[in-house]
Each structure stands twice: as structure tokens, then as C-alpha cells.
Design a protein around this ligand. Structure first.
Ligand code: NAP
Ligand code: GDP
Length: 322
């Protein structure tokens, strides 16, 4: 049977990566439609309903969300809560009405703050999230609850994936809004090429926000895209699945800064500005469930993926979201 796959948030970091993977290897039984906020405001039920009526999806990858890094979350918990709850409620209701399979996106940053490690899929609701992003976290946790309720009451197949911190081409590099990788890329580029032109490169200083000690797992958007496509086609359980690199691939913010500096061939000095918050110290997630189902999957080497992201930013500087 042929499928119509609607990707909400199709113009963002993850959506663009899925589009790139699909365009390389198309299936003749699938029609893919990628939409952004210009196509429909998913916080509005009438606009959302018109979108679903237009495309009549059989499958939905629901990526659309208000998304941001630590500092954006800290000041906007109410907006993160309400906008994401509204979008998720509208999209899942319409998936139900259209009898579509839904794959929605949670995040490893919604897990409890005080928790044993590594965290796994059974622990999403086991305690309050970190104070910095409780709005985003509770809105995302409700997707899992909603999925279960639609399944229990109506038999719908709604599931969710739980990625760790994502990066790659088409990320949001906007200062104050972005996650750490696009944030650092944007700032280092400014320091090297736009600020203090009178200074030699080896005299320049790159301030990393926070102590540099927090640990994070990062997944390249292309790897995540391949895994989400696999979930859409082959994973038929309501239970969430963590899509993360291995625990051993976790890096400190300081190691990340060094990798980005190396990709830019930065010759100056890195310093740590601990007047900025560190956020949660770590969120180490287990990908054992994924590894069991996809033992064959190979993640892109971290430094190579950082280099590809920096190269993309330099090449697409004018169009990049910043
Ligand atoms: P992104 O680059 O910021 O893209 C967000 C997408 O949502 C864009 O396509 C945007 O459309 C769309 N959108 C926002 N508000 C909308 C609205 N009111 N109506 C319709 N569309 C709207 O985000 P991303 O990083 O790709 O994130 C994709 C998913 O992964 C999200 O659910 C996010 O929570 C999850 N996730 C992300 C990370 C990460 O590190 N980035 C980590 C874990 C999970 P426009 O382009 O038109 O604005
Ligand atoms: P999180 O992983 O959900 O906490 O969000 P981020 O992707 O924003 O990462 C936040 C971590 O990176 C914190 O430990 C910050 O102190 C650190 N960090 C260092 N430099 C930056 C930066 O330029 N932007 C952001 N967002 N975080 C930074």
C-alpha cells in the first residue's frame, strides 16, 4: 500500500536532514511532504486541520516544536510549555482523525534531573526535570502520555523517539536561542572573521560559556534522520525509543569547544566564562534498546560531523538561520 508521509517541522534541522536522506534513496511506495510554519500554524487547530485535509497523510513524523538551547529555555518556560502542548495536541488529534501512524520527538533533556545513570526509556516520568527547561520537558513528556492514551482508547499507533542533542547543517545558529554547537560555531566565526580585525588570529580569545565540565551526547542530524526513517517504517511499539550515540561517545563541553576550534583552524586561546550557567551536569542516556534492534547501525565520527557542520556554515553563511 502506498504511503503519504507528512513531516511537520520539515524546514528545521532534523526535517532538512530527513529530506536529504530521502532524496538520495527514494521509495516508489512513499510520497514525502515537508512542511514548516509557513504551510500551517500548528498551534492553531483550523490551520492544522486544513494542512491535514490537503495532504491526507497515512504517516506523520511530527518534528514541529518551539526548540532552543539552555539559555533560550531558561527565560521562556511558559512559551515552551504552551506552544509545544498546543502543537502536539493538534497534530496528534489530526493523526487520530486521519488514522495515521505518528512518530513524535521527545528529547533526552526532558528526563529527571536527579536520577541514576544511564537513563533509559522507562525513566521519562520518574521525577521532575531540570529547572532550566521544565516548560519544554513537561510538554514533551505529555506526548508520551497522549500516545499511550490514544492507543489505549482507540488503538492508534503513535510512538516517540528520544534524541540526544542534535547538530548539523540547517541548524538554528541564532545567538541566545541556539543549542551549544550552533551557538559556539556562530560565536567563533564572529570572533575569527568579524570582530577586532586589527588583532592577529593567535591573539584572539574564544570564551566558552560555563565551566566546560558538563557532559553531553551529540548526534549528527543525518544519523538521526536515518534512524527516524527506520522507526517510521519498522518500529511499531507505542513505547518511546532513545536515539542516541553510545554512552562512551559522551563528550565534555570543553572537548566540544576544542573540536569546533580545530574545525575552524582557530589559532587563539579558549577560556571558560563561568558567569554563564552550566545547566544539567549530564544526561547520559542508554541506547541499549536501539542497539538491540539495530546492531548494524554506524554513527558518523564526531569530529568529522563537526567539520561537516562548520563547512556547511561557512559555505551557507548568508542563508543560515542566525
Ligand atoms: P528547528 O530546527 O528549530 O525546527 C523547528 C521546526 O518547527 C521548523 O520547521 C519550524 O518551522 C517548525 N515550527 C515551529 N513552530 C511552528 C508552528 N507554530 N507551526 C508549524 N511549524 C512550526 O528544530 P529541530 O532541532 O529540527 O527539532 C526537531 C524536533 O526534534 C523537535 O521536536 C525537537 O524538540 C526535537 N529535538 C531537537 C533536539 C536538538 O538538539 N535540536 C534534541 C532533541 C529533540 P519554520 O522553519 O517555518 O519556523
Ligand atoms: P542542553 O544540552 O539542553 O543543556 O542545551 P545546550 O545545547 O544549550 O547546551 C548547554 C551547555 O553548553 C551548557 O553546559 C552551557 O554552559 C554550554 N555552552 C557553552 N557555550 C555555549 C553556547 O554558546 N551556547 C549554549 N547554548 N550553550 C553553551
Amino acid at each position: 500500500m502506498s504511503r503519504t508521509v507528512l513531516v511537520t517541522g520539515g524546514t528545521g534541522l532534523v526535517g532538512k536532514a530527513i529530506e536529504a536522506v530521502i532524496s538520495e534513496k527514494q521509495s516508489k511506495d512513499e510520497r514525502w511532504i515537508f512542511v514548516g510554519s509557513k504551510d500551517a500554524d500548528l498551534t492553531n487547530i483550523n490551520s492544522s486541520r486544513a494542512l491535514f485535509e490537503k495532504h491526507k497523510p497515512t504517516h506523520v513524523i511530527h518534528l514541529a516544536a518551539m526548540v532552543g538551547g539552555l539559555y533560550h529555555n531558561m527565560g521562556n518556560n511558559l512559551d515552551f510549555l504552551r506552544k509545544n502542548m498546543q502543537m502536539n495536541d493538534n497534530v496528534l488529534l489530526l493523526c487520530h482523525e486521519h488514522k495515521a501512524k505518528a512518530v513524535s520527538c521527545l528529547s533526552t533533556c526532558i528526563f529527571p534531573d536527579k536520577t541514576p545513570y544511564p537513563i533509559d526509556e522507562t525513566m521519562i516520568h520518574s521525577g521532575p526535570p531540570h529547572d532550566s527547561n521544565y516548560g519544554y520537558s513537561y510538554a514533551k513528556r505529555l506526548i508520551d502520555i497522549t500516545n499511550r492514551a490514544y492507543h489505549d482508547q482507540h488503538g492508534d499507533l503513535f510512538t516517540s523517539v528520544v534524541p540526544c542533542n542534535v547538530f548539523g547543517p540547517f541548524d538554528n545558529f541564532t545567538p541566545g536561542v541556539s543549542h551549544v554547537i550552533p551557538g559556539m560555531i556562530h560565536r567563533l566565526h564572529e570572533i575569527m572573521y568579524l570582530k577586532d580585525p586589527e588583532k592577529q588570529q593567535d591573539e584572539k580569545v574564544f570564551p566558552v560559556y560555563g565551566t566546560g565540565k558538563p557532559l553531553r551526547q551529540f548526534i549528527f542530524s543525518e544519523d538521526l534522520a536515518k534512524l527516524i526513517i527506520w522507526v517510521l517504517r519498522s518500529y511499531d511499539s507505542v513505547s518511546p525509543i532513545i536515539l542516541s550515540v553510545d554512552e562512551e561517545a559522551e563528550v565534555s563541553i570543553a572537548q566540544l569547544a576544542e573540536s569546533i576550534a580545530k574545525s575552524f583552524e582557530f589559532k587563539g586561546k579558549l577560556i571558560f566564562d563561568d558567569s554563564y550557567a552550566d545547566g544539567q551536569y549530564k544526561k547520559t542516556a542508554s541506547n541499549a534498546k536501539l542497539r538491540k534492534l539495530r546492531p548494524d547501525f554506524r554513527f558518523t565520527d564526531f569530529d568529522a560531523a563537526i567539520q561537516r557542520t562548520v563547512d556547511w556554515y561557512l559555505k551557507n553563511y548568508d542563508q543560515a538561520r542566525k
